[in-house]
Write a protein that binds this ligand. Structure first.
Ligand code: UD1
Length: 416
């Protein structure tokens, strides 16, 4: 099992290019089954979850060719409608294939995705919506059997703006009869990217990025080429690395608008941010100001995927910050590990009170989920002495060679 050995104390300074967003790539790869043709997708990150998606596509009969950061998926000949159980177990996001496969084949079987490190993560909204569109879904022996001769467009009101459910409905609705309207849809940038991809292939979707998404069913889709948007969470994590080490960083290939919820909190903590075309520079303050509160919310609120990294930064601030985790019920596992390094954090349910301390000290800590793991790396960069972060496989799900990137910015990290 891999670990990172971090010798803390170096400032993070330099320039880094942000690659394609994992959370955009996953639904778009699922969407490639729809057109029964060629899909060329650029700026694909080299991440474990993406490889799992490729394996699912191959098992369904797609030809998948990867050349560096471009993937070509030919979905002309599907031979299977079963999503392999071991791959669903490895990655919850594979549930996105339900909508895509129902749309393309009218049939799909997948094992029921289990819980995960950050909470139970039910899929009731996905299933309810697909049923409303006419899918028959049976849940037995741990499997989901879904069938629909023809999906029907309808009005769907989501109880919560779930990212995955919004994407699943969009995929299911592409070929549905009539118009599907999703109300209280998720507004995340990755939904906009999925809309762009599908429309470029010939779908008729309007409103992604707003609370109402309207999908008019079409007869067929065509070959398509698409560039994935940059990963706003990876961008936010490298910005956090600069802030926690009092450094300075230039990010290339970013979309300013999508980063605003993250940048707003960094400005509040005393950072200076300069904007350029598709890039930005962050200069960290000498003393990190505590921000009063960090409340995670659906986009454009503060992203839950940055909560852990921001907590690491605030643990070295000059005051007290109250975190409220509104999206996932079990997303503070990193707090215990940060406390092992000297952070002062009190947790009560969804609330975490972080009182800034003068210094963190290196310790052996365990990454228990993707973003929590990234937070421990950040803490290690700023801590006195050596930090060992165990279980790096969690971090590998969302960051390409995090140690190489950070070493390129002045860190001292060895991967073992
Ligand atoms: C996506 C992101 C993930 C991010 C999350 C919230 C991907 C691959 N992952 O996950 O990185 O943290 O959005 O921004 O894009 N819920 C239900 N029933 C459902 C669906 C969701 O109760 O059917 C609940 C979840 O348990 C959770 C909340 O809704 O508490 C948000 O989940 P959702 O927006 O669906 O997140 P994901 O799509 O799983």
């Amino acid at each position: 099992m891999s670990r990172l050995i971090i010798n803390g104390g170096n400032r993070i300074c330099g320039e880094v290019r942000i690659g394609g967003a994992k959370n955009s790539v996953l639904p778009i790869l699922a969407a490639t089954v729809l057109n029964g043709g060629i899909n060329i997708i650029h700026d694909i990150p080299k991440l474990l979850d993406v490889y799992i998606m490729e394996r699912i596509l191959t098992s369904l009969g797609c030809s998948v060719k990867r050349e560096n950061r471009t993937i070509v998926v030919d979905s002309g000949q599907l031979v299977n409608y079963v999503i392999p159980e071991e791959l669903v177990r490895e990655m919850r996001s594979s549930v996105i294939f339900l909508g895509a496969m129902l749309s393309r084949c009218g049939k799909v079987k997948a094992s029921y995705p289990g819980g995960c490190e950050i909470g139970s993560r039910p899929i009731d909204l996905h299933l309810k919506s697909l049923r409303e569109m006419g899918a028959e879904i049976e849940e037995k022996h741990g499997f989901l059997y879904c069938e629909a001769k023809k999906l029907r467009g309808c009005d769907i009101q989501l109880d919560f703006p779930s990212v995955g459910a919004t994407e699943n409905i969009m995929l299911a609705a592409v070929f549905a009869e009539g118009v599907t309207t999703i109300r209280n849809a998720a507004k995340e940038p990755e939904i906009i990217d999925l809309e762009k991809f599908l429309n470029a292939a010939g779908a008729k979707i309007l409103g992604a990025g707003t609370a109402t998404v309207r999908i008019e069913g079409v007869e067929r889709l065509y070959n398509v080429e698409h560039d994935i948007i940059p990963d706003r969470i990876v961008a936010g994590t490298y910005l956090a690395a600069a802030v926690i080490t009092k450094g300075e960083i230039i990010l290339k290939n970013v979309i300013h608008e999508y980063l605003q919820p993250i940048l707003y909190k960094f400005r509040e903590s005393g950072c200076t941010i300069e904007y350029f075309n598709h890039s930005l520079r962050l200069i960290a303050p000498e003393e990190i100001k505590a921000v009063e509160s960090v409340k995670t919310l659906p986009h454009p609120g503060y992203p839950t995927d940055m909560q852990a990294q921001m907590m690491a930064v605030m643990s070295l601030s000059d005051g007290t910050t109250i975190f409220t985790e509104n999206i996932f019920e079990n997303r503070y596992k990193h707090a215990n590990e940060l406390m092992r390094m000297g952070a002062n954090i009190k947790i009560d349910g969804r609330i975490a009170v972080v009182r800034g301390v003068e210094r963190l000290s290196g310790a052996t800590v365990i990454a228990q989920d993707l973003r929590g793991g990234a937070a421990l790396v950040l803490a290690g960069l700023a801590a006195e002495g050596t930090t060992v972060v165990e279980n790096v496989r969690h971090i590998d799900r969302g960051y390409e060679n995090i140690h190489d990137v950070l070493n390129g910015l002045g860190a001292d990290i060895i991967r073992q």
